[in-house]
Design a protein. Structure first.
Length: 369
């Protein structure tokens, strides 16, 4: 059995506009030549600013969108060519957790129906009593009570609704789960609970997770590897500790330097960016980041940089012509060696740390969420 469960090669998704703020007939290059591999059993994160194309990429992986160019291979099968029963099998083995727990659940369906619907689709021979038992088991896995199956989404908090969404995603016994900003709509304390839950379920069920996010502080505590996207392209990729402590692309460095360090007197070297992200309908020539990069040179405006191995090694790649010079001239961020946090900050981040250190699931009482 191969160590790679998901592969993307040269993925592109271009949209023709019909007007609005963009010229009619303009081509938006939402995803523009993305390639990566996801290893079986890992948590692979895709991060970047809003508008960089990461959510479009997630939908391409699931075949919720058809790519303009490129291929996706899932567990040895070409996702683009699947049809009929093979496509149904893909929907069973690859599931999606949506960003907004308030709009992703049908308000007219009870929780039991919502979680049980995938069971009816993928396991049609399962009896009604077996299905009810499985729904109760799934709810228990995500920290909810069996009697919640009789309630409706509006009766739950945001964190509880996201747990329902996770239970629904797990119902088909998937191999891989994609989460598109699965905690961004939740309060910080509830984010930690859901993150811990996803980590525990990954270990318990042998899942592979692909997490889309813009919050790099969240990703640090739940991922094995991370890819950084800018304007439809991956600009850096590697082991999460290497990327966070030894970033080589100026964009990654700028994102990481903006993470608050919750410690008395601590300061992270700041990388200032100028202007806004350019339009994906009219990306800059050469390196797409050169219009905002404090280290840009003449070459950057004319020659697109290729992803290449960095001095950090171990599969760490970055798309920058001058990352060796930048690394030599600027200190590493050293986020792993940040000073001890203040008591209040330590309490907020303890939930994240517990999941990675002890693999202990936080399943609060229902009146606490």
């Amino acid at each position: 059995m191969t160590d790679t469960i998901l592969t993307a090669r040269g993925l592109k998704k271009h949209f023709k506009t019909s007007g609005g703020s963009l010229a009619k007939g303009a081509t938006v290059k939402a995803v523009d030549g993305v390639s990566f591999d996801v290893r079986r059993g890992e948590t692979f994160a895709i991060v970047g600013e809003s508008g960089c194309g990461k959510s479009t990429l997630a939908r391409l992986l699931m075949r919720l969108l058809t790519p303009t160019e490129g291929d996706v291979q899932f567990d040895g099968s070409d996702v683009r060519s699947l049809a009929g029963r093979d496509l149904t099998a893909l929907r069973r083995d690859m599931q999606f957790i949506f960003q907004d727990p308030f709009s992703s659940l049908n308000p007219r369906m009870s929780v039991g129906k919502l979680v049980g619907e995938p069971l009816e689709t993928h396991f049609p021979k399962m009896s009604a009593s077996e299905r009810r038992g499985k729904v109760a088991e799934l709810l228990a896995k995500v920290g909810l009570r069996p009697e919640h199956a009789e309630r409706y989404p509006h009766e739950f908090s945001g964190g509880q609704r996201q747990r329902i969404g996770i239970a629904r995603a797990l119902a088909s016994a998937p191999k891989l789960v994609i989460g598109d900003e699965p905690v961004s709509a939740l309060d910080v304390s509830v984010q930690a609970q859901v993150i811990n839950l996803l980590g525990d379920l990954r270990d318990e069920l042998g899942l592979t997770l692909v997490i889309i996010a813009h919050d790099l502080a969240v990703i640090r505590h739940m991922s094995d590897r991370v890819a950084v996207m800018y304007l439809g392209q991956i600009v850096e990729q590697g082991d999460v500790d290497t990327v966070y402590n030894h970033p080589r692309h100026p964009y990654t460095r700028a994102l990481l330097s903006a993470i608050p360090v919750a410690a008395h007197g601590a300061r992270t070297p700041q990388t200032a960016l100028e202007g806004e992200m350019p339009s994906p309908a009219n990306p800059p020539s050469g390196c797409r980041f050169h219009t905002r990069c404090p280290y840009a040179k003449e070459r950057c405006a004319s020659e697109p940089p290729a992803l290449r191995e960095t001095d950090a090694g171990d599969g760490h790649i970055a798309a920058c012509h001058f990352f060796e010079e930048i690394a030599a001239a600027t200190p590493d961020l050293g986020l792993a060696d940040a000073p001890e946090r203040a008591p209040g900050a330590a309490a907020r981040f303890a939930l994240y740390q517990d999941a990675m250190r002890d693999r202990t699931t936080l399943r609060p009482r229902q009146d606490q969420e």
